[in-house]
Design a protein around this ligand. Structure first.
Ligand code: RIB
Ligand code: CA
Length: 313
C-alpha cells in the first residue's frame, strides 16, 4: 500500500470544515496528525472546542494544538454564525470533549511536525491564514520543510464577502500575503471552484437513508444547518462544502483541473475596496489554482466517509 500523506488541517470549524475533516480522517491516503484551530467562522473559543469535539466524536487520535484567537495585525471581529450557526456546527450538538490541547501552540506544533516528517508534511489550510503566517514568521526555515500548503481560500473571480475578497483571506489579508510570498509550494481551492461544486442535498439524503448510520445522519444534519447553498455545475441544489475541495485535491490531485498562476494578495489600504483580494497577476507562478473537480470522485469521498465511520454509535 502507498505511504500515507502526513497532514495537519488548520481550520475554523465551521460546518464545511467539519465535513472536510471527516473526509480526511476517513481517507486511507491521509495520516491526519492534528488540527490547529483558528479564529474565523465563529469565535476561536468555539472553533477550538469544535475541533476537540470532532476528534473525540470521530474517535481519531489526531492532536489539537491551540491556535490564534485573533488576527496578525488588524482585528476582523465579524463572524459567519449566520452561515454556520451560533457555535459553528450548524446546530449539531456534538458531545463536549474532555480532551486537552497539545502541549505546543499551533505554530510550534506545525514546525515540530514539519521537522519530524522531513519535507513530506502537507498543511491543509481551510480557515483564515493567521496560524499559518505565524508559523512562517516564527520559524522561517519551515519554508523549505513543508511539502505543500493546500488552501481553501481566495478566488480568481469574485469574492463572497466583498466583491473582491473571499472570507478566509479577508479575515486576515496580511497573513495571506505572508503565505503567498513565502515561496512554499501552494495550491488554492478558491471560490472559482468551490461555488460550482457543492454536494447535492439529494445525494447526501440518499446516502444517509441507505446507510442508516449515525454518521450518515450527521452529514445530513450538518448540511441542513449550513446556509451556503448554490445550484452546482450539474444543476443540483447543493451545499457548498468549500473546504472539502481542498482535502479532495490532496487525496487525489489527478481528479482536479488546475492551472499554475501568480497570485498576489491585495493589502494596500489605499485600494480599500480590494482589501484581501487574491489577484491573478503576470509573473512567475506561485500557486496551483484548482479550477474544477470530477464530481463522481468527489461523491465517492462522502460514501467512503460514511462507510469508514459507519460503526460510530
Ligand atoms: O469562504 C469560505 C470559507 O470561509 C470556508 O473555509 C468556510 O469554512 C469559511 O471559513
Ligand atoms: Ca473553513
Amino acid at each position: 500500500m502507498e505511504k500515507k500523506i502526513p497532514v495537519i488541517i488548520d481550520t475554523d470549524p465551521g460546518v464545511d470544515d467539519a465535513l472536510a475533516i471527516m473526509i480526511a480522517a476517513a481517507s486511507e491516503k491521509i495520516d491526519l496528525l492534528g488540527l490547529t484551530p483558528v479564529d474565523g467562522n465563529v469565535q476561536a473559543v468555539h472553533t477550538h472546542q469544535n475541533a476537540l469535539n470532532l476528534v473525540s466524536f470521530l474517535g481519531i487520535d489526531a492532536d489539537v494544538a491551540e491556535g490564534s484567537y485573533d488576527q496578525l495585525v488588524y482585528r476582523f471581529g465579524r463572524y459567519a454564525s449566520s452561515t454556520h450557526g451560533e457555535t459553528g456546527m450548524g446546530g449539531v450538538e456534538l458531545p463536549v470533549s474532555n480532551r486537552k490541547f497539545h502541549k505546543l501552540r499551533a505554530w510550534d506544533y506545525i514546525y515540530e511536525k514539519a521537522k519530524e516528517h522531513k519535507g513530506e508534511l502537507v498543511l491543509i489550510a481551510i480557515g483564515p491564514l493567521t496560524n499559518v503566517a505565524r508559523t512562517i514568521i516564527m520559524h522561517p526555515d519551515i519554508r523549505t520543510m513543508l511539502k505543500q500548503i493546500v488552501m481553501m481560500g481566495g478566488s480568481t473571480e469574485a469574492g463572497n464577502v466583498t466583491p473582491y475578497a473571499e472570507f478566509n483571506f479577508l479575515v486576515d489579508p496580511p497573513a495571506a500575503k505572508v503565505v503567498f510570498e513565502s515561496g512554499i509550494p501552494l495550491a488554492m481551492a478558491g471560490l472559482n471552484v468551490t461555488l460550482k461544486t457543492g454536494i447535492s442535498f439529494d445525494f447526501i439524503a440518499d446516502l444517509a437513508r441507505e446507510s442508516g448510520s449515525k454518521i450518515g445522519g450527521m452529514l445530513n444534519e450538518l448540511v441542513h444547518g449550513y446556509s451556503d447553498v448554490k445550484i452546482n455545475k450539474e444543476g443540483d441544489r447543493s451545499s457548498v462544502v468549500h473546504d472539502a475541495i481542498a482535502v479532495a485535491y490532496v487525496i487525489d490531485p489527478t481528479k482536479c483541473e488546475t492551472e499554475e498562476k501568480r497570485i498576489e494578495i491585495q493589502t494596500d489600504r489605499f485600494l480599500e475596496g480590494t482589501w484581501g483580494q487574491s489577484k491573478v497577476v503576470d509573473g512567475e507562478p506561485n500557486c496551483t489554482v484548482i479550477n474544477d473537480i470530477d464530481m463522481d470522485y468527489y461523491r465517492e469521498l462522502y460514501r467512503n466517509t460514511v462507510d469508514h465511520f459507519s460503526e460510530l454509535n
